[in-house]
Design a protein around this ligand. Structure first.
Ligand SMILES: [Zn+2]
Length: 316
């Protein structure tokens, strides 16, 4: 028996030494050998809100394990599994999309959030896909100051958008730059946001960035998390930033606690309030972490909401 084992191993090693392509060529030469493609994907999507041209930009997408620890930290594993099974999604992993939006109002190019930056983001590539260069961006709006939203403000130590002015929530900026914020994420804000302070203005509830783009305070995910109502020629769109970050777990169950919500109760209250408005007024929204192209509608259902991905409703 030992000899058999040795012979078998030798045979296997011998086979392994043959280049894979050569061994395939002898057996599959009648098949087209197109390579498997694991990457790819569309880096931007374009649609209209009134006269505004809106582009969602895929900055990055990553897979994370153990999603219950992120999206359902106050429910039982059984409940999490049942809901996931019923919605045909796995419980061992989830996919995060990072989706800045750029809006051409006809007079200004306004970018909302900047992606992961030097940490794996591709904001410049996605912008280029949509037909724009960083120096064409007139206004950069920051919804909140988590790393995946401010990461692209600087590239290689220089401003990514050299001609832009900047807008963010007054409460958000105050929180991350107050004394003692260093060490809790404040150091990243110092590095990426503060260099633009002289070109930055601050908005509160109901104040405009430009005509047709209005701040809506939705505090909870962060202390000054701000979303935006886009209005043009009677059409509306809400840029909901990180209001609700999973299309099933956070929409169907807005009270499920989310790891990254700094004030979990306030975040749940905002989810119910804003999603309720989107559902009753039939307003489409862009969710920063929704499955790309990150554009959808909301319908009310028992205890929560249902995400309805947009198809062609808003296409040019
Ligand atoms: Zn985020």
């Amino acid at each position: 028996m030992p000899e058999v084992t040795i012979n078998r191993r030798s045979a296997l090693l011998g086979a392994a030494a043959v280049p894979l392509a050569a061994s395939l060529a002898t057996t599959t030469n009648s098949l087209a050998a197109a390579p498997m493609q694991s990457g790819g994907g569309t880096p931007f999507a374009r649609f209209k809100t009134g006269a505004f041209e809106v582009n969602t930009l895929l900055d990055a997408a990553v897979t994370r394990e153990n999603p219950q620890n992120i999206f359902g930290i106050n429910v039982t594993p059984d409940e999490f599994k049942t809901v996931s099974d019923n919605n045909l999604i796995p419980t061992d992993r989830t996919r995060f999309y990072f989706t800045p939006t750029v809006i051409n109002t006809g007079s200004e190019l306004v970018l909302f959030d900047t992606g992961l930056g030097d940490n794996g983001g591709n904001i410049k590539g996605a912008l280029a896909g949509a037909g724009y260069t960083p120096d064409q961006v007139d206004v950069v709006v920051i919804t909140h100051m988590h790393p995946d939203h401010i990461g692209g403000l600087m590239s290689g130590g220089a401003p990514t958008f050299p001609n832009a002015r900047y807008v963010t929530g007054a409460v958000e900026y105050g929180f991350w730059t107050k004394e003692g914020a260093e060490g809790g994420g404040g150091e990243l804000v110092s590095k990426l946001v503060k260099p633009h302070a002289e070109k930055m203005t601050f908005v509160n509830e109901g104040e405009a960035v430009v005509s047709g783009i209005t701040a809506m305070e939705a505090f909870g995910h962060t202390p000054g998390h701000t979303i935006y109502m886009i209005e043009s020629n009677g059409d509306q769109l809400v840029l909901a930033a990180d209001l609700a970050n999973h299309y099933v777990w956070s929409l169907a169950y807005p009270e499920w606690e989310v790891l990254f919500d700094m004030n979990k109760e306030a975040a749940a209250t905002q989810r119910k309030k804003v999603l309720g408005m989107l559902a009753s007024d039939k307003i489409p929204f862009v969710g920063y972490h929704m499955p790309f192209p990150a554009l959808g509608y909301v319908q009310a259902r028992e205890g929560g909401f249902q995400y309805v991905p947009a198809s062609y409703q808003l296409q040019l």
